[in-house]
Design a protein. Structure first.
Length: 357
Protein backbone atom coordinates (compact mmCIF):
# COMPACT_ATOMS: atom_id res chain seq x y z
CA UNK A 1 0.00 0.00 0.00
CA UNK A 2 1.29 3.42 -0.86
CA UNK A 3 2.31 5.93 1.76
CA UNK A 4 -0.45 8.26 0.60
CA UNK A 5 -3.29 5.83 1.38
CA UNK A 6 -1.74 4.51 4.62
CA UNK A 7 -1.29 7.92 6.25
CA UNK A 8 -3.52 8.45 9.31
CA UNK A 9 -6.11 11.22 9.17
CA UNK A 10 -4.99 14.52 10.71
CA UNK A 11 -7.76 16.96 11.52
CA UNK A 12 -6.50 20.38 12.52
CA UNK A 13 -8.11 22.66 15.09
CA UNK A 14 -9.57 24.68 12.23
CA UNK A 15 -11.14 21.53 10.76
CA UNK A 16 -12.73 20.61 14.08
CA UNK A 17 -14.07 24.14 14.51
CA UNK A 18 -15.67 24.05 11.05
CA UNK A 19 -17.24 20.65 11.86
CA UNK A 20 -18.56 22.02 15.14
CA UNK A 21 -20.00 25.17 13.58
CA UNK A 22 -21.75 23.17 10.83
CA UNK A 23 -23.20 20.71 13.37
CA UNK A 24 -24.32 23.45 15.76
CA UNK A 25 -25.91 25.48 12.95
CA UNK A 26 -27.77 22.42 11.63
CA UNK A 27 -29.05 21.41 15.07
CA UNK A 28 -30.03 25.00 15.79
CA UNK A 29 -32.07 25.25 12.60
CA UNK A 30 -33.89 22.00 13.39
CA UNK A 31 -34.62 23.12 16.97
CA UNK A 32 -36.05 26.43 15.74
CA UNK A 33 -38.23 24.59 13.22
CA UNK A 34 -39.59 22.20 15.86
CA UNK A 35 -40.09 25.07 18.33
CA UNK A 36 -42.42 26.78 15.89
CA UNK A 37 -40.20 29.76 15.05
CA UNK A 38 -41.32 32.05 12.24
CA UNK A 39 -40.55 31.09 8.68
CA UNK A 40 -38.10 33.99 8.28
CA UNK A 41 -36.12 32.91 11.38
CA UNK A 42 -35.99 29.32 10.19
CA UNK A 43 -34.93 30.49 6.72
CA UNK A 44 -32.00 32.49 8.13
CA UNK A 45 -30.95 29.65 10.44
CA UNK A 46 -31.14 27.10 7.62
CA UNK A 47 -29.18 29.45 5.33
CA UNK A 48 -26.40 29.75 7.91
CA UNK A 49 -26.38 25.97 8.28
CA UNK A 50 -26.14 25.39 4.51
CA UNK A 51 -23.28 27.90 4.25
CA UNK A 52 -21.38 26.16 7.06
CA UNK A 53 -22.01 22.77 5.49
CA UNK A 54 -20.94 24.10 2.09
CA UNK A 55 -17.61 25.11 3.63
CA UNK A 56 -17.08 21.61 5.06
CA UNK A 57 -18.21 20.07 1.78
CA UNK A 58 -15.71 22.18 -0.15
CA UNK A 59 -12.88 21.26 2.21
CA UNK A 60 -13.81 17.57 2.06
CA UNK A 61 -13.86 17.71 -1.74
CA UNK A 62 -10.46 19.38 -1.74
CA UNK A 63 -8.99 16.82 0.66
CA UNK A 64 -10.49 13.83 -1.16
CA UNK A 65 -9.14 15.08 -4.46
CA UNK A 66 -5.70 15.74 -3.02
CA UNK A 67 -5.52 12.26 -1.53
CA UNK A 68 -6.78 10.55 -4.68
CA UNK A 69 -4.86 12.26 -7.47
CA UNK A 70 -5.58 14.98 -10.06
CA UNK A 71 -8.04 13.03 -12.24
CA UNK A 72 -10.34 12.10 -9.37
CA UNK A 73 -9.87 15.59 -7.96
CA UNK A 74 -11.32 17.06 -11.15
CA UNK A 75 -14.25 14.64 -11.06
CA UNK A 76 -15.01 15.36 -7.41
CA UNK A 77 -14.86 19.11 -7.92
CA UNK A 78 -17.12 18.85 -10.95
CA UNK A 79 -19.60 16.69 -9.00
CA UNK A 80 -19.64 18.42 -5.61
CA UNK A 81 -18.57 21.97 -6.47
CA UNK A 82 -22.14 23.29 -6.59
CA UNK A 83 -23.93 20.48 -4.77
CA UNK A 84 -25.76 22.66 -2.19
CA UNK A 85 -27.12 24.93 -4.88
CA UNK A 86 -28.10 22.08 -7.19
CA UNK A 87 -29.92 20.39 -4.30
CA UNK A 88 -31.79 23.63 -3.60
CA UNK A 89 -32.75 23.92 -7.28
CA UNK A 90 -34.29 20.42 -7.26
CA UNK A 91 -36.09 21.05 -3.97
CA UNK A 92 -37.54 24.36 -5.15
CA UNK A 93 -38.85 22.59 -8.25
CA UNK A 94 -40.42 19.91 -6.03
CA UNK A 95 -42.03 22.63 -3.92
CA UNK A 96 -43.47 24.25 -7.04
CA UNK A 97 -41.28 27.37 -6.67
CA UNK A 98 -40.35 27.34 -10.35
CA UNK A 99 -39.56 31.06 -10.53
CA UNK A 100 -37.08 30.69 -7.67
CA UNK A 101 -35.45 27.68 -9.35
CA UNK A 102 -35.07 29.45 -12.68
CA UNK A 103 -33.86 32.68 -11.10
CA UNK A 104 -31.24 30.80 -9.07
CA UNK A 105 -29.71 29.42 -12.28
CA UNK A 106 -29.22 32.88 -13.78
CA UNK A 107 -28.24 34.23 -10.36
CA UNK A 108 -25.50 31.68 -9.91
CA UNK A 109 -24.00 32.42 -13.32
CA UNK A 110 -23.93 36.18 -12.85
CA UNK A 111 -22.84 35.74 -9.25
CA UNK A 112 -19.76 33.84 -10.38
CA UNK A 113 -18.78 36.08 -13.29
CA UNK A 114 -19.73 39.43 -11.77
CA UNK A 115 -19.50 39.09 -7.99
CA UNK A 116 -16.81 36.43 -7.57
CA UNK A 117 -14.68 37.35 -10.56
CA UNK A 118 -15.14 41.05 -9.85
CA UNK A 119 -14.14 40.74 -6.19
CA UNK A 120 -11.18 38.51 -7.10
CA UNK A 121 -9.83 40.97 -9.67
CA UNK A 122 -10.50 43.98 -7.44
CA UNK A 123 -8.80 42.65 -4.30
CA UNK A 124 -6.10 40.79 -6.22
CA UNK A 125 -5.35 43.89 -8.28
CA UNK A 126 -5.21 46.18 -5.25
CA UNK A 127 -2.64 43.87 -3.69
CA UNK A 128 -0.65 42.76 -6.75
CA UNK A 129 -1.22 45.46 -9.37
CA UNK A 130 -2.12 44.53 -12.93
CA UNK A 131 -2.42 40.73 -13.05
CA UNK A 132 -1.77 38.46 -16.03
CA UNK A 133 -3.69 35.26 -16.79
CA UNK A 134 -3.59 32.46 -19.37
CA UNK A 135 -5.69 33.96 -22.14
CA UNK A 136 -6.11 30.63 -23.96
CA UNK A 137 -7.68 28.64 -21.10
CA UNK A 138 -9.72 31.58 -19.86
CA UNK A 139 -10.86 32.25 -23.43
CA UNK A 140 -12.15 28.67 -23.70
CA UNK A 141 -14.21 29.16 -20.55
CA UNK A 142 -15.48 32.53 -21.76
CA UNK A 143 -16.60 31.04 -25.09
CA UNK A 144 -18.41 28.23 -23.25
CA UNK A 145 -20.11 30.84 -21.09
CA UNK A 146 -21.27 32.70 -24.21
CA UNK A 147 -22.62 29.46 -25.62
CA UNK A 148 -24.48 28.76 -22.36
CA UNK A 149 -26.00 32.27 -22.43
CA UNK A 150 -27.19 31.72 -26.00
CA UNK A 151 -28.68 28.33 -25.07
CA UNK A 152 -30.58 29.90 -22.17
CA UNK A 153 -31.73 32.90 -24.18
CA UNK A 154 -32.89 31.41 -27.50
CA UNK A 155 -35.92 29.50 -26.13
CA UNK A 156 -37.08 32.68 -24.39
CA UNK A 157 -36.65 34.68 -27.61
CA UNK A 158 -38.51 32.03 -29.57
CA UNK A 159 -41.36 32.14 -27.07
CA UNK A 160 -41.51 35.95 -27.19
CA UNK A 161 -41.56 36.18 -30.99
CA UNK A 162 -43.97 33.33 -31.72
CA UNK A 163 -47.30 32.27 -30.32
CA UNK A 164 -46.02 28.94 -29.07
CA UNK A 165 -48.13 26.25 -27.47
CA UNK A 166 -47.28 24.71 -24.11
CA UNK A 167 -46.36 21.47 -25.86
CA UNK A 168 -43.88 23.31 -28.08
CA UNK A 169 -42.35 25.08 -25.05
CA UNK A 170 -41.91 21.79 -23.23
CA UNK A 171 -40.41 20.06 -26.28
CA UNK A 172 -37.97 22.91 -26.88
CA UNK A 173 -36.94 22.98 -23.22
CA UNK A 174 -36.29 19.23 -23.24
CA UNK A 175 -34.27 19.51 -26.43
CA UNK A 176 -32.15 22.38 -25.11
CA UNK A 177 -31.59 20.52 -21.83
CA UNK A 178 -30.28 17.48 -23.71
CA UNK A 179 -27.91 19.65 -25.75
CA UNK A 180 -26.68 21.26 -22.51
CA UNK A 181 -25.93 17.85 -20.99
CA UNK A 182 -23.92 16.88 -24.07
CA UNK A 183 -22.03 20.18 -23.98
CA UNK A 184 -21.24 19.84 -20.29
CA UNK A 185 -20.05 16.26 -20.77
CA UNK A 186 -17.81 17.41 -23.63
CA UNK A 187 -16.51 20.26 -21.48
CA UNK A 188 -15.63 17.84 -18.67
CA UNK A 189 -13.97 15.43 -21.10
CA UNK A 190 -11.90 18.23 -22.57
CA UNK A 191 -10.92 19.46 -19.11
CA UNK A 192 -9.94 15.98 -17.91
CA UNK A 193 -7.82 15.22 -20.96
CA UNK A 194 -5.75 18.39 -20.61
CA UNK A 195 -2.41 18.27 -18.75
CA UNK A 196 -2.79 18.87 -14.99
CA UNK A 197 -2.78 22.55 -14.05
CA UNK A 198 0.57 24.07 -13.22
CA UNK A 199 -1.05 25.66 -10.21
CA UNK A 200 -1.62 22.31 -8.58
CA UNK A 201 -4.15 21.46 -5.92
CA UNK A 202 -3.89 23.55 -2.78
CA UNK A 203 -4.93 20.97 -0.21
CA UNK A 204 -2.36 19.21 1.95
CA UNK A 205 -4.04 15.79 1.87
CA UNK A 206 -3.90 15.63 5.66
CA UNK A 207 -7.24 13.83 6.06
CA UNK A 208 -6.49 10.79 3.92
CA UNK A 209 -8.77 9.36 1.24
CA UNK A 210 -11.07 7.31 3.47
CA UNK A 211 -11.77 10.05 6.02
CA UNK A 212 -12.26 12.58 3.22
CA UNK A 213 -14.79 10.46 1.34
CA UNK A 214 -16.71 9.61 4.52
CA UNK A 215 -16.86 13.29 5.46
CA UNK A 216 -17.95 14.11 1.93
CA UNK A 217 -20.79 11.57 1.99
CA UNK A 218 -22.07 12.53 5.46
CA UNK A 219 -21.90 16.25 4.72
CA UNK A 220 -23.74 15.81 1.43
CA UNK A 221 -26.61 13.99 3.20
CA UNK A 222 -26.90 16.63 5.93
CA UNK A 223 -26.70 19.39 3.31
CA UNK A 224 -29.68 17.84 1.56
CA UNK A 225 -31.69 17.83 4.80
CA UNK A 226 -30.82 21.45 5.62
CA UNK A 227 -31.53 22.52 2.05
CA UNK A 228 -35.00 20.99 2.32
CA UNK A 229 -35.54 22.97 5.53
CA UNK A 230 -34.38 26.12 3.76
CA UNK A 231 -36.71 25.61 0.82
CA UNK A 232 -39.69 24.89 3.09
CA UNK A 233 -39.16 28.31 4.70
CA UNK A 234 -38.94 30.30 1.44
CA UNK A 235 -42.66 30.90 0.97
CA UNK A 236 -43.28 31.93 4.62
CA UNK A 237 -40.29 34.28 4.40
CA UNK A 238 -41.68 35.89 1.24
CA UNK A 239 -45.05 36.41 2.94
CA UNK A 240 -43.61 37.73 6.22
CA UNK A 241 -40.87 40.01 4.91
CA UNK A 242 -42.25 40.91 1.50
CA UNK A 243 -39.05 39.82 -0.28
CA UNK A 244 -39.64 38.94 -3.91
CA UNK A 245 -39.12 35.44 -5.28
CA UNK A 246 -36.77 36.79 -7.93
CA UNK A 247 -34.46 38.41 -5.36
CA UNK A 248 -34.33 35.19 -3.32
CA UNK A 249 -33.55 33.16 -6.43
CA UNK A 250 -31.16 35.60 -8.07
CA UNK A 251 -29.21 36.72 -5.01
CA UNK A 252 -29.88 34.78 -1.80
CA UNK A 253 -29.81 31.17 -3.02
CA UNK A 254 -26.55 31.50 -5.03
CA UNK A 255 -24.84 33.25 -2.11
CA UNK A 256 -25.95 30.63 0.40
CA UNK A 257 -24.76 27.72 -1.73
CA UNK A 258 -21.49 29.24 -2.94
CA UNK A 259 -20.08 31.47 -0.18
CA UNK A 260 -17.11 29.14 0.65
CA UNK A 261 -16.25 28.73 -3.04
CA UNK A 262 -16.51 32.49 -3.54
CA UNK A 263 -14.19 33.14 -0.62
CA UNK A 264 -11.66 30.61 -1.93
CA UNK A 265 -11.55 32.31 -5.34
CA UNK A 266 -10.96 35.74 -3.77
CA UNK A 267 -8.29 34.42 -1.41
CA UNK A 268 -6.44 32.73 -4.27
CA UNK A 269 -6.54 35.89 -6.37
CA UNK A 270 -5.13 37.95 -3.49
CA UNK A 271 -2.28 35.44 -3.34
CA UNK A 272 -1.48 36.35 -6.96
CA UNK A 273 -2.94 33.31 -8.73
CA UNK A 274 -5.59 34.91 -10.92
CA UNK A 275 -5.66 31.94 -13.33
CA UNK A 276 -6.81 29.55 -10.62
CA UNK A 277 -9.30 32.08 -9.25
CA UNK A 278 -10.84 32.66 -12.69
CA UNK A 279 -11.02 28.91 -13.25
CA UNK A 280 -13.08 28.50 -10.06
CA UNK A 281 -15.48 31.27 -11.06
CA UNK A 282 -15.97 30.09 -14.65
CA UNK A 283 -16.24 26.38 -13.82
CA UNK A 284 -18.83 27.03 -11.12
CA UNK A 285 -20.92 29.26 -13.38
CA UNK A 286 -20.73 26.84 -16.30
CA UNK A 287 -21.72 23.88 -14.15
CA UNK A 288 -24.91 25.57 -13.02
CA UNK A 289 -25.71 27.07 -16.45
CA UNK A 290 -25.34 23.76 -18.28
CA UNK A 291 -25.78 20.92 -15.79
CA UNK A 292 -28.01 22.88 -13.39
CA UNK A 293 -30.49 23.81 -16.10
CA UNK A 294 -30.69 20.24 -17.35
CA UNK A 295 -31.18 18.96 -13.79
CA UNK A 296 -33.97 21.48 -13.18
CA UNK A 297 -35.78 20.45 -16.39
CA UNK A 298 -35.37 16.75 -15.56
CA UNK A 299 -36.58 17.30 -11.99
CA UNK A 300 -39.62 19.12 -13.32
CA UNK A 301 -40.47 16.22 -15.60
CA UNK A 302 -40.11 13.64 -12.82
CA UNK A 303 -41.88 15.69 -10.13
CA UNK A 304 -44.71 16.86 -12.41
CA UNK A 305 -43.71 20.54 -12.16
CA UNK A 306 -42.71 21.52 -15.67
CA UNK A 307 -39.62 23.75 -15.80
CA UNK A 308 -39.53 25.67 -19.06
CA UNK A 309 -36.32 27.31 -20.24
CA UNK A 310 -38.11 30.63 -20.53
CA UNK A 311 -36.62 33.51 -18.54
CA UNK A 312 -37.84 37.09 -17.98
CA UNK A 313 -36.20 39.68 -20.31
CA UNK A 314 -34.49 41.52 -17.44
CA UNK A 315 -32.69 38.35 -16.31
CA UNK A 316 -31.54 37.57 -19.84
CA UNK A 317 -30.44 41.17 -20.37
CA UNK A 318 -28.28 40.97 -17.26
CA UNK A 319 -26.84 37.62 -18.34
CA UNK A 320 -26.04 39.08 -21.76
CA UNK A 321 -24.36 42.16 -20.24
CA UNK A 322 -22.30 39.98 -17.91
CA UNK A 323 -21.23 37.75 -20.80
CA UNK A 324 -20.19 40.72 -22.93
CA UNK A 325 -18.23 42.28 -20.06
CA UNK A 326 -16.47 38.97 -19.44
CA UNK A 327 -15.60 38.57 -23.13
CA UNK A 328 -14.07 42.06 -23.20
CA UNK A 329 -12.16 41.44 -19.98
CA UNK A 330 -10.67 38.13 -21.10
CA UNK A 331 -9.57 39.39 -24.52
CA UNK A 332 -6.39 41.13 -23.34
CA UNK A 333 -4.74 38.63 -20.98
CA UNK A 334 -4.39 41.11 -18.09
CA UNK A 335 -6.78 42.60 -15.54
CA UNK A 336 -6.57 45.44 -13.02
CA UNK A 337 -8.55 46.40 -9.94
CA UNK A 338 -10.70 48.94 -11.79
CA UNK A 339 -12.04 46.25 -14.12
CA UNK A 340 -12.93 44.17 -11.10
CA UNK A 341 -14.79 47.13 -9.63
CA UNK A 342 -16.72 47.51 -12.88
CA UNK A 343 -17.96 43.92 -12.66
CA UNK A 344 -18.96 44.42 -9.03
CA UNK A 345 -20.81 47.62 -9.89
CA UNK A 346 -23.00 45.79 -12.41
CA UNK A 347 -23.79 43.11 -9.83
CA UNK A 348 -24.74 45.63 -7.13
CA UNK A 349 -26.97 47.56 -9.54
CA UNK A 350 -28.65 44.32 -10.58
CA UNK A 351 -29.19 43.25 -6.94
CA UNK A 352 -30.81 46.61 -6.17
CA UNK A 353 -33.09 46.27 -9.18
CA UNK A 354 -34.14 42.75 -8.23
CA UNK A 355 -34.82 43.85 -4.64
CA UNK A 356 -37.46 46.27 -5.90
CA UNK A 357 -38.71 44.02 -8.70
Amino acid sequence: MSARTSEPSRFTRSDLISFGVAAAASIGALVLKEAGASGAVVFVAAAVSVMALAYVLGEATDQAGTASGPRLASLLNATFGNLPELIIVVLTVRAGLIDVARASIIGSVIGNILLVLGASILLGGLRNGSMAFDQRSVGTNASMLTLAAVALGLPSLFDALHDTTHHEQVALSYGVAIVMVVLYAAYLLYSFTQPPSVHGHEGSGRWGARASLITLAVTAVVTGAMSELLVSAIQPTIEQLGIGTVFIGMVVVPLVGNVPEHWAAVRIARAGNLDFSMSIAFNSGLQVALAGTAIAVAAGAVLDHQVLIVFPPIELALLGAATIMTAILTSVGRANWLEGLELLAIYVIAALAFWYL
